[in-house]
Write a protein of this length. Sequence first.
Length: 140
Amino acid sequence: MKEELACCGYKCQICPAYKDNVNGEESQQAVSDGWFKIYGFRIPPERCICDGCKPGKCKNPRRIDTKCFIEPCVSAKGIPNCAHCDDYVCGKLSHRIVNPKEIVSGCKEPISLEDYNRFIKPYDNKTRLDKMRIELGKSE
């Protein structure tokens, strides 16, 4: 199975809200609670399921962020994700960059390894995109 990467560099397949990782209302509640604990925002549990920003042939994709401005930008440029963009890191992407060190240091309580892997690692797009840019020969 090919790894699915969101346009912004989030790693869909390990996101707890990704469709293949959601096992009913209890897991959706856990996602809502985890995001609140780590990031301080609350998404209603019933909305904590996502088909990703590249859902293939899905007619009505479920998305957490229905107003995402990254996917339309990447699609308009005809690139797979932000790592391929000449404007990296632009103002749009800067609002989506997740720096794990900043997240961890900003939390009131220590973050368990389980919570780190579940709620921070999938969104560590800066590390992921920077690595891709090096591989593409686009590093600065």
